[in-house]
Design a protein around this ligand. Sequence first.
Ligand SMILES: [Zn+2]
Length: 123
Amino acid sequence: MAINIEALRIRLEDERQRLSSELAQLSLLQSYGEGIRSEDGGHGTHMAEDSSETYEKEQRLSLERNLRAILGDVERALHRVETGAFGRCESCRQPIGEERLDALPYASFCFSCTERHTRHRPA
Ligand SMILES: [Zn+2]
């Protein structure tokens, strides 16, 4: 197999580092925001800002969910590197393919399994 696992492992570790620091920043932002809100004491002087604050919080939560999901994929991929299972689809055990791994080093499934899962997932 022509896949350079070592190069992909380095990319995965960089990605894990990047995701972890983004998540750390997000949780810092979150506690900062909550500190401000509790100091405010809910006097209702910021009615106009409340809805945008809620919106921002939702954005942050969905960003955090995404980052955590990708981080989970990255960690599973790194685990597969260690166990020698890297590059194989978690569903059908077929090689994921060099091109796909190059584009998405933490891909857990081959292209056709991903297609199948996406189609079957309820909207
Ligand atoms: Zn597959």
